[in-house]
Design a protein around this ligand. Structure first.
Ligand code: ATP
Ligand code: MG
Length: 414
């Protein structure tokens, strides 16, 4: 694609409210635009990244047998009364009325809606288990929206709900989803810990949070340096250097960003909302549920927090908005530019996502903007183009090599 046609309105000055580097870079690079506190437009570059994150999530969830659907954001008050949450959810719930004075909310989460769908369909154990997810915009009137996409009032979440005939089946699925989450975060190239969110309770952990390790995180986690023990400090009074409660290793503290949460719900919603099934023994039982969220828009920020340098963003390849950035340092109409344009076209035809900087800008501006686009590879058509040589930079590994133009091919970018 031609950069002159890409809508990435870069900023020279970083707005004062952006205090963490990911927020600054996403604003500076023209990825996001604030519309109101905690409400953002995902501009084309951000949307490209979001779609890639979403596709990785889809791939891993579909692999274990989950199906995607899309539920409404607009939810009736009566459903929330059935679960009992209309009165207890508080001010975070965005409430509104239609022209007939009926009460609705904009969904902050979808346990009520999914339970109301499944109870009409699943009446027998033969239809269980079931795993349904969506990737959708959620609304929460957060007390303190901040850090850009980190804590929004309108944000994108993947929410999965599973339904089971017994606890054992829920346990099996919980572990499968946990593994899928690990795969997702590995593919997104973020360093994380999964921490128990209620390890103090009898019966082991039935809720785990996935924390991307990061100085600007709002949560503090403690983990052992010798075992997989890790927990949110909200739950246990542990200090740096304490012995690990499991007897293995020493405790360290770290800041984390919660990007995912998996939860064994049990029958909390199905009992309240009469979602029952007839089991093999002919008795009526409430369906057993699990729920599992991933903060998709929050993840963009977590990825940038962990993958940047002082100049810009180093997107992991799996989510980079473009694979190859072609930078001719001469203007359109020059032989140098024409060679670059031809190479860009060939690579694009070979199936790569290529961005060609066709703008009439100084090299300094082109490089500065390229640092914010964060394509994995950069092909620079400079002085040696006439001799048939260009510079290939692998931004992620920070290496640079000279390559002959005639040798450029798709495989070089794998
Ligand atoms: P937090 O403690 O950060 O408020 P939560 O426990 O309320 O999160 P869940 O209800 O478990 O979050 O939602 C699932 C996921 O959605 C979270 O793990 C997080 O990644 C994301 N998320 C929650 N609230 C927001 C928000 N206001 N803005 C962006 N992402 C969010
Ligand atoms: Mg919250």
């Amino acid at each position: 694609m031609k950069q002159s046609l890409l809508f990435a309105p870069t900023l020279r000055e970083i707005p004062k409210e952006a205090v963490i580097s990911s927020h600054q870079m996403l604003l500076k690079g023209g990825y996001i635009k604030m519309n109101a506190a905690g409400v953002y437009t995902y501009l084309p570059l951000a949307l490209r990244v979001i779609k890639k994150i979403e596709d990785i999530i889809r791939d891993e969830l579909n692999k274990i047998g989950c199906s995607e659907l899309l539920m409404p954001a607009l939810q009736l008050k009566e459903l929330w009364q059935e679960s009992g949450r209309w009165d207890v959810y508080g001010k975070e719930l965005m409430r509104l009325q239609d022209r007939h004075d009926r009460d609705f909310c904009l969904g902050p989460t979808h346990e009520e809606v999914i339970t109301s769908i499944v109870r009409d369909y699943v009446t027998s154990y033969k239809k269980l288990p079931l795993a349904l997810y969506q990737i959708q915009t959620k609304f929460r009137d957060e007390f303190r929206p901040r850090f850009g996409l980190m804590r929004g009032r309108e944000f994108i979440m993947k929410d999965l709900y599973t339904f089971h005939a017994n606890e054992e089946d829920l346990d099996v699925w919980y572990q499968m989803v946990k593994k899928a989450y690990q795969n997702i975060l590995d593919r997104l190239h973020v360093l994380y810990r999964s921490v128990s969110a209620n390890s103090g309770q009898i019966g082991g952990s039935s809720s785990e949070e996935f924390m991307v390790l990061c100085e600007v995180g709002e949560d503090t986690i403690c983990y052992s340096d010798e075992s997989s023990f890790a927990t949110n400090t909200e739950l246990m009074d542990l200090k740096e250097g304490d012995p690990s409660p499991d007897g293995k290793g020493t405790i360290h503290l770290a800041k984390g960003i919660e990007v995912g949460h998996i939860f064994k719900l049990g029958t909390k919603y199905t009992k309240a909302m009469n979602a029952n099934f007839i089991d093999a023994d002919q008795t009526k039982k409430p369906i057993i549920m699990g729920c599992y969220g991933i903060g998709v828009s929050r993840l963009i920020m977590a990825i940038v927090e962990q993958n940047n340098n002082e100049k810009g963003i180093l997107w992991p390849e799996s989510v980079a908005p473009f694979k190859v950035h072609v930078l001719p340092l001469d203007k359109m109409g020059t032989p140098n530019f024409e060679v670059a344009e031809r190479v860009a076209k060939e690579l694009e035809q070979a199936g790569l996502e290529v961005l060609l900087d066709d703008r009439d800008e100084r090299p300094g501006v082109k490089f500065g903007d390229a640092d914010l686009v964060g394509a994995r590879y950069r092909l620079i058509f400079g002085r040696k183009t006439a001799e048939g040589i260009v510079e290939l930079k692998d931004m992620f590994n920070n290496t640079s090599t000279e390559v002959e133009i005639t040798s450029i091919n798709k495989e070089m970018f794998n």
